[in-house]
Design a protein around this ligand. Structure first.
Ligand code: AMP
Length: 434
C-alpha cells in the first residue's frame, strides 16, 4: 500500500524463521510490527470513534476471569469451553482462564458493579485480545483481537437493529465489503426452540449413520451445534434438516420481523440464513454474522447475537442483552491496504558539532508545540540523515548547519516537492504547523 509519501504498508509482516536465539512467538500468536502495527491502531481508533457515535462507551475487563464465568457463560457444551480455553491454577489454587471472548466478562462486570440497576440500556464497547487454543491457520490465531459492543437491559428489536447498524457502519466506513447473514434461533422455551429441538433430534436420529462421529455425540448434548460442523458428511445431512425459523413462537417471530423492517428502513441489506447458529451457547433469538468475500475458509469477520439468558446463568437477575464481536485480525487481512498518515511532520538534519547539539532541543521544542519530529540518533552524515528523514515519513527536513545557526534560521526542505526555503528558527512552529 502506498501513502502520500510513498511508504508502503503490508497488512502483516509474516513471521520469519527464528534468528539464532531459537525463540519464536508461541504457536498461533504473531508480532505486529511497524508499519502494520500503525494500521492496526488506526482501525482500532476508527472503531472506538464509530461505536461511540451510537453511545457505546469503553469498558475494560481483566484478561482472565474465574473459569466458571466462561464455563457457565459460554456454555459447557460449546467447543470454546470444551476444547479451546487456556485454563490455569494460580498460586491460591483458583482456576482462572484467559478470556476466550468478552461477552461473559462484560456481563459479569455489569452485574458485579450494578450497572443494570442504573440507566438502561447499558451500552459498552471493548477492544481487546482474546485467547483460544484453536488449530492455527490464516485468519485463525490463538491470540486474536476483538472489537465489540454490548447493549444490556433492553429487549426491544430496535436494539438488535442498532447493534447491527453499528457494525454495518463500521465496515462500510472502512470500505470493507461484507455480507450480513441473519437468523433467529428463538428462545429456549417449549413453544419455540424446545419444539424445534425435538424435530431436529428426530431428524438427526434418522440420519445418525451419515453423521460424522463427533456430531453424533452432539445429538444428545447440543443438537443445534450440528449446524456448525465442518465435516462434509454432516454438512450434507444438515442441508435437508428442519430449520428453526419454521418453529419460532409468535413473540420471537414478531421480534425477528421487527428487526428486519428496522434494517430495511435504513437500507441495511442482509441474507436470511436459517442454518446460522453461532458457536456460543448463550444466544437467544437474533444471531448474525458478517462475512467478507475473499478470505477463504476463515471468512467470518464478525458476529453477534442476543443473549437474554446470560445474566441469569451468571447468577444475576434477568437482564436481556445483545452484542457483537468483530475479529480485527481478519478485518486487517480483508482490508489489505490502509493509507497511513506519516507519524512525524519534521526531521531535523544537523551538520556540524554545534548544530548536532541543537538537534535534540529543537526537536523537543517542536514536539512540545504538537509537531511530530525526529532527528538523527546514529551519528549519520548529511546524506544518511536525509535518507533517514525520508524513512521517517516526515514531510519536511529542517536543516541546520553553521550558516543557518549564525543567521538564526533553518533551511526547510519539502521532501515531497524538493522545494526549500529559509525560515527563522523562532517561527518554525508557526511555519510547520500551518
Ligand atoms: P466469536 O467470538 O466466535 O463469535 O467470533 C467473533 C469474531 O471473532 C469472528 O467472526 C472472527 O472474526 C473473530 N475470531 C474468532 N475466533 C478467532 C480466531 N481464533 N482467530 C482470529 N479471529 C477470530
Amino acid at each position: 500500500m502506498t501513502t502520500e509519501l510513498g511508504r508502503s504498508c503490508k497488512p502483516y509482516t509474516e513471521p520469519m524463521a527464528p534468528e539464532e536465539t531459537g525463540f519464536s512467538a508461541p504457536r498461533g500468536t504473531r508480532d505486529l510490527l511497524p508499519p502494520a502495527s500503525s494500521a492496526w491502531q488506526k482501525v482500532i481508533r476508527y472503531a472506538q470513534d464509530s461505536f461511540s457515535k451510537a453511545g457505546y462507551q469503553p469498558v475494560e475487563t481483566p484478561a482472565f476471569e474465574q473459569t466458571e464465568v466462561f464455563a457457565r457463560g459460554v456454555g459447557a457444551t460449546s467447543e470454546v469451553v470444551t476444547k479451546q480455553m487456556y485454563t490455569f491454577t494460580d498460586q491460591g489454587g483458583r482456576s482462572l482462564t484467559l478470556r476466550p471472548e468478552a461477552t461473559a466478562s462484560v456481563v459479569r462486570a455489569v452485574l458485579e458493579n450494578n450497572l443494570h440497576r442504573g440507566a438502561l440500556p447499558v451500552k459498552l464497547a471493548y477492544f481487546g485480545w482474546m485467547y483460544r487454543q484453536e488449530r492455527p491457520q490464516k485468519g485463525r490465531y490463538r491470540q486474536f483481537f476483538q472489537l465489540g459492543i454490548e447493549a444490556l437491559g433492553a429487549s426491544a428489536a430496535t436494539v438488535d437493529a442498532e447493534v447491527i447498524e453499528v457494525a454495518d457502519r463500521f465496515y462500510k466506513g472502512l470500505g470493507l465489503k461484507t455480507i450480513l447473514k441473519l437468523n433467529s434461533i428463538g428462545h429456549p422455551g417449549e413453544s419455540c426452540r424446545g419444539s424445534y429441538n425435538d424435530a431436529l433430534v428426530a431428524y438427526l436420529r434418522e440420519h445418525e449413520a451419515s453423521l460424522a462421529e463427533e456430531d453424533r455425540a452432539r445429538i444428545a448434548t447440543n443438537p443445534l451445534r450440528t449446524f456448525d460442523s465442518k465435516e462434509s458428511s454432516t454438512i450434507a445431512v444438515m442441508s435437508e434438516a428442519p430449520v428453526i425459523t419454521d418453529h419460532l413462537c409468535s413473540d420471537c417471530a414478531e421480534h425477528f420481523v421487527t428487526i428486519r423492517s428496522a434494517l430495511d428502513a435504513v437500507g441495511i441489506e442482509y441474507e436470511l440464513d436459517p442454518r446460522l447458529v453461532r458457536g456460543l451457547d448463550y444466544y437467544t433469538r437474533t444471531a448474525f454474522e458478517f462475512v467478507a468475500g475473499d478470505l477463504g475458509a476463515q471468512n467470518a469477520v464478525g458476529g453477534g447475537g442476543r443473549y437474554d439468558g446470560l445474566a441469569e446463568v451468571l447468577g444475576g437477575p434477568p437482564v436481556p442483552g445483545i452484542g457483537f464481536a468483530l475479529g480485527l485480525d481478519r478485518i486487517m487481512l480483508a482490508l489489505g491496504d490502509i493509507a497511513l498518515e506519516p507519524a512525524v511532520t519534521a526531521y531535523v538534519v544537523a551538520l556540524g558539532d554545534e548544530a548536532i547539539r541543537e538537534a535534540f532541543p529543537l526537536a523537543t521544542r517542536l514536539r512540545r508545540a504538537g509537531i511530530g519530529c525526529e532527528f538523527d540518533l546514529m551519528g549519520r552524515q548529511m546524506k544518511g540523515q536525509m535518507k533517514d528523514a525520508v524513512r521517517s515519513g516526515a514531510r519536511f527536513a529542517v536543516i541546520i548547519g553553521e550558516a543557518e545557526l549564525e543567521a538564526g534560521e533553518a533551511t526547510v526542505k519539502d521532501l515531497a516537492t524538493g522545494e526549500q526555503e529559509r525560515v527563522a528558527l523562532d517561527r518554525l512552529e508557526e511555519w510547520l504547523g500551518a
